[in-house]
Design a protein around this ligand. Structure first.
Ligand code: AMP
Length: 304
């Protein structure tokens, strides 16, 4: 195993410096890739990690279950923690450093009184069902992006190492919000979106899928099926008829639909042209959230 496991910010920063210096000595262009995760890693995460490894000289992946973004203490307590297998998966993907801090390391003074607020875009869709979720998520992402920030090179002519962070389109609203935060607050980093990874049957891979029974897993396929239905109508420039896709989901036993919405991909606002009954034009993003048994799942698909 060549990956290093670090648990403190000081160790992480020292190791990033050391690894970048090694790259510098080897004459390779310096860049740092960061892949923030909450662990319980699967092949969706591995895809992000491999992409970061392919594009950067040094790659850090963080594994931190962030209490700030959980509204429900039970949900936080039962979130899967699989450090050993996470380390092996990241090592296999070629990641250099896994950063797995404790809650105390990330929040030494308890809950931070100053936070990032996600604004209006954080109050819709997932934010409507999970109040405060995106404030908590953006706050920890802001901290992680600062913690791993590569230092200026010792050699001025080499300039600042490139700095990139990788986020999955699986969490489309989170991705849009992180992009907004980085633009609005001038973070010196490039955000790289990575397309959704699905299992062979179409289910978007998720750390929460392990909580589905075999039967629930089969039922859960209705979510990607409904999205594909909208996608095929959009591609054919037909009216979307979202109501029929909703009905398909509601007809599945044990599925409780939260929302199925077609929005502008950048702003996540409802499209002016909703194309419910008129031919679909342009581009959009279809987003779905539903509970399957006790497990809340989200998925999305670009349209057009
Ligand atoms: P999580 O550990 O669930 O917070 O996810 C960490 C990162 O992996 C986020 O940027 C997610 O969007 C991304 N991710 C999780 N599942 C998938 C997937 N199925 N496809 C693409 N990216 C994913």
């Amino acid at each position: 195993m060549t990956i290093a496991l670090v648990t403190t910010i000081a160790e992480l920063q020292a190791l990033i410096r050391e690894k970048l210096r090694e790259q510098d000595a080897a004459g390779s262009p310096q860049s740092l890739g960061l892949v923030p995760t909450m662990g319980a890693l699967h092949h969706g995460h591995a895809t992000l990690a491999r992409r970061a490894v392919a594009e950067n000289s040094v790659v850090v992946s963080s594994v931190f279950v962030n209490p700030l973004q959980f509204g429900d203490a039970q949900d936080l307590a039962r979130y899967p923690r699989t450090t050993e297998t996470d380390l092996a998966l990241l090592d296999e993907a070629g990641v250099d450093i896994m950063f797995a801090p404790s809650v105390e390391e990330m929040y030494p003074h308890g809950e931070p009184s100053i936070r990032v607020t996600a604004g209006k875009m954080g109050e819709i869709l997932e934010g409507a069902s999970r109040p405060g979720h995106f404030d908590g998520a953006l706050t920890v992402v802001a901290k992680l992006l600062h913690v791993a920030l590569p230092q200026f090179s010792l050699d001025d002519s080499a300039g600042r190492p490139a700095y990139r962070a990788y986020f999955g389109q699986k969490d489309a609203q989170q991705l849009a919000l992180v992009q907004r935060m980085v633009a609005d607050l001038n973070f010196p980093i490039q955000i790289i979106p990575v397309p959704i990874v699905r299992d062979e049957d179409g289910l978007a891979t998720s750390s929460r899928n392990r909580f589905l029974s075999e039967e629930e897993r089969t039922v859960a396929l209705v979510l990607s099926r409904a999205l594909r239905l909208l996608e095929s109508r959009a591609t054919a420039h037909e009216p979307l008829d979202i109501a029929s896709a909703e009905a398909l989901i509601r007809s599945a036993p044990g599925v409780e639909l939260d929302y199925l919405e077609v929005v502008d991909p950048q702003t996540l606002a409802p499209r002016a042209e909703n194309c419910q009954d008129t031919p679909f034009t342009g581009v959009a993003l279809a987003l779905v959230a539903a509970k399957v048994g006790a497990v809340r799942l989200i998925d999305n698909m670009p349209l057009g």
